[in-house]
Design a binder for this molecule. Structure first.
Ligand code: SF4
Length: 86
């Protein structure tokens, strides 16, 4: 388990309501953000942000794919990682 996984372990999307029309993706998403995770289920996909601890909507995934470098949540995640691993 990576340190990112350990860091976010307590923040996983417990009990999040998945609304298929806004969360399901029919092509595998891709982002260079280290906090971006993809879950495959029955030929479709969902993406999760390990900082937010929840699945992302389709609109959010597009931002993670294209604008991950400037994402404010990524900055928060990186800072929290640094603080937990001085
Ligand atoms: S919301 Fe930001 S921190 Fe979370 S996966 Fe997307 S780019 Fe990364």
């Amino acid at each position: 388990m990576s340190s990112i996984e350990e860091f976010t372990q307590a923040k996983k999307a417990k009990g999040q309501v998945i609304y298929k029309p806004i969360h399901t993706l029919y092509a595998r998403p891709s982002s260079e953000c280290e906090f971006f995770r993809v879950v495959e289920e029955g030929g479709s996909y969902m993406a999760m942000c390990m900082v937010l601890g929840r699945y992302l909507t389709r609109d959010e995934v597009v931002k993670c794919e294209n604008y991950w470098k400037t994402c404010p949540y990524r900055k928060i995640g990186k800072r929290m990682m640094e603080e937990s691993n001085p």
